[in-house]
Design a protein around this ligand. Structure first.
Ligand code: HEM
Length: 207
């Protein structure tokens, strides 16, 4: 019979077999913001998939479906609030990650493309927040959409054309599929590249 210490030994043995890359000694709390961002993205995926079962992307039903989710569905309020609060937190952690990586000069060769994929990821996170805000289709959604459209209209190069095209085609349904499908797929593609590069070149050393 194997005693408790024998079991612990056995587990340690198994873990040792699948050796990962060791964490360099200089890595500290400030190197955690990328990982924290990934964790928050996974939380968003979880609460988002839960809400998919209850949300209806139609202008006269969206808000009612969210009221039903928050007030009637068991734990619905929890998942909805998790999704809302985590979106803001995610913006903060991704932004902090970027500032820290900049400060550490980790954007230099050979990590230029890691940085560039990060820029796209930041853009994707922004777009997720903007399209997500539209989905409840309450007054806040209406006005945030109106303000973005006004702003896009001020762009010197093609602003008015883009504004007109979006006002013609960007329905609630379009915002919904952009939010739950198009942007997440793009983000997943960039993230998988981001992580491949990190595995290939390792975490940067302090200069
Ligand atoms: C969706 C958001 C993002 C996630 C989930 C993410 C995730 C990660 C993770 C887990 C790491 C390794 C550990 C670390 O240094 O924190 C990392 C490293 C890195 N990230 Fe990101 N990242 C994101 C956005 C960004 C952005 C916006 C930039 C810059 C514009 C960026 C540039 C980099 C660079 C240059 C490294 C290498 C750092 C080093 O080797 O020290 N990332 N990222």
């Amino acid at each position: 019979m194997m005693g408790a210490s024998g079991i612990a030994e056995w587990i340690k043995e198994q873990i040792r077999i699948k050796k990962g890359k060791p964490i360099p000694a200089h890595v500290n709390f400030f190197y955690c913001f990328g990982g924290i961002s990934l964790f928050l993205i996974l939380l968003q995926l979880l609460s988002g998939v839960f809400m998919l079962f209850f949300y209806t992307p139609e202008p006269d039903k969206a808000l009612l479906s969210i009221a039903y989710l928050s007030n009637e569905v068991p734990m619905g309020w929890l998942f909805r609030n998790m999704h809302r609060w985590t979106s803001t937190l995610l913006l903060a952690t991704v932004f902090s990650h970027m500032v820290i990586v900049f400060y550490l000069k980790a954007y230099q060769s050979p990590r230029k493309l890691t940085w560039l994929s990060g820029v796209f990821q930041l853009l994707m996170v922004f777009l997720l927040v903007i399209t997500g805000l539209i989905l409840p289709w309450d007054w806040r959604s209406y006005w945030s959409f109106a303000i973005w459209m006004d702003y896009i209209g001020t762009w010197v190069l093609g602003g008015e054309t883009l504004q007109a095209a979006l006002l013609d085609t960007f329905t609630l349904n379009a915002a919904y599929f952009t939010h739950i499908l198009a942007i997440p797929i793009l983000l997943a593609a960039f993230l998988s590249f981001h992580f491949k590069m990190i595995r290939r070149y390792g975490i940067s050393k302090p200069l």
